[in-house]
Design a protein around this ligand. Structure first.
Ligand code: NIG
Ligand code: FE
Length: 377
């Protein structure tokens, strides 16, 4: 296949880079040209006259497909009523204490058949593809029991077979404290389920929600130990509603990503910016939850690996469109074109563990498959 005459092609400053930070971001090029694809991979940046299919890419920009590296698919239903309460000023932690939030989505998942959950997931994946997302992450986290979490991961696996995109699976085993447990006793269950989790062989990362209504930094450390012992990446939801100084703990535990960061302590920006750990920003959750804005500018200026994702979930961010997340990121954080595009493509691919991406993904300097969209400017 050959894409000919594009007005712009987004390219990293060099081949083989795993992520872009600091000056590398503005060094991305957006020159016009052509792009050949063979066997699902980019074969070169020139027109391929022998190609069976030639796409007229005039007036288009060629970008890698978007990588949505933080979603909570698959899930059941939506929590629109909860959003109405939020608009009237009820806080997320109050809603959670009233049995809403994650617990409500856990009930909905329990009460839904596999067929229903997969049908909702396929529909959302189709919307995501239409908006340019060619790779996305799935998470468990609405299981809230040993069986429920394993079912959620099995559903993620099944969804991956039913959608055209490449997906990864993250076991968000510590999302809310299940009924009948303390955070400590639930972490014992998590520890005990690791062998079974690993035998399925499809999970690339462990995840945990550190918050007053969920787990604390000690549990984050323990999750880091479990991830390291299992050879999985550690990812974490941190500093979303309040500052817990979880970023240094996550870095010491070897986290590959710290997600949310609305309330990150200013002293934690520089250490994060120097680490091989992605700062995953979720502007849709911030906007819809009237949360404080993550300090994206400070993170970028300090050299962090900044990523944008949707946080697609039934409560805090019922948003599956990466263009919406990118647009909100541009507006709320003042990101430039190259900053936003790096955050939604190459850097986003670095947050999930790339070894888990199956080879059917075409590469763009090691990244995802190309996509033609209207030119930027
Ligand atoms: O990323 N913060 C924790 N997890 C989700 C919310 C999940 C939910 O409310 O259903 C998030 O915002
Ligand atoms: Fe999330």
């Amino acid at each position: 296949m050959s894409f000919d005459g594009a007005q712009q092609i987004l390219r990293p400053p060099a081949d083989g880079l795993e992520y872009l930070r600091g000056r590398q971001i503005e060094a991305q090029t957006l020159e016009g040209g052509a792009l050949g694809v063979r066997g699902g991979r980019i074969s070169g940046f020139e027109a391929d006259r022998r190609a069976e299919l030639i796409v007229d890419a005039r007036d288009c920009a060629l970008l890698p497909g978007f990588v949505d590296c933080h979603t909570h698919l698959p899930f059941a239903g939506w929590r629109a009523g909860e959003y109405e309460r939020k608009l009237r000023g009820v806080a997320y932690d109050q809603i959670a204490r009233d049995g809403g939030g994650i617990a409500a989505s856990a009930r909905a998942l329990r009460e839904s058949s596999d067929r229903q959950v997969l049908a909702q997931g396929r529909g959302l994946a189709a919307e995501m593809l239409a908006a340019g997302t060619t790779t996305f992450e799935c998470k468990s986290g609405y299981g809230l029991s040993r069986e429920g979490e394993l079912r959620a991961l099995a559903l993620a696996r099944e969804l991956s077979l039913q959608v055209p995109q490449t997906t990864t699976s993250t076991a968000l085993l510590a999302h809310a404290v299940p009924e009948g447990h303390t955070a400590d006793s639930w972490m014992e269950v998590v520890q005990a389920m690791m062998p079974e989790l690993l035998s399925a062989g499809e999970v690339s990362a462990l995840d945990i929600f550190v918050e007053s209504i969920a787990f604390d930094n000690r549990h984050l450390e323990l999750m880091g130990e479990l991830a390291a012992a299992a050879g999985l990446a550690l990812r974490c939801h941190v500093e979303q509603f309040a500052s817990h100084r979880s970023v240094p703990v996550a870095l010491a535990a070897g986290a590959r990503s710290v997600d949310h960061l609305s309330m990150i302590h200013p002293d934690d920006v520089a250490p994060l910016a120097h680490a091989r750990c992605a700062a995953v920003l979720l502007p849709a959750a911030e906007f819809l939850g009237a949360e404080r804005r993550a300090p994206a500018r400070a993170l970028l200026d300090a050299g962090a690996i900044v990523v944008l994702a949707t946080d697609a979930n039934p409560g805090t961010a019922p948003v599956v469109s990466m263009p919406v997340a990118i647009g909100l990121g541009a507006r709320l954080y003042g990101l430039g074109v190259r900053e936003a595009l790096a955050a939604a493509t190459l850097n986003a691919r670095d947050a999930p563990v790339s070894r888990c991406l199956p080879p059917r993904t075409a590469t763009f300097g090691g990244g995802p498959r190309p996509l033609a969209v209207p030119a930027w400017d």
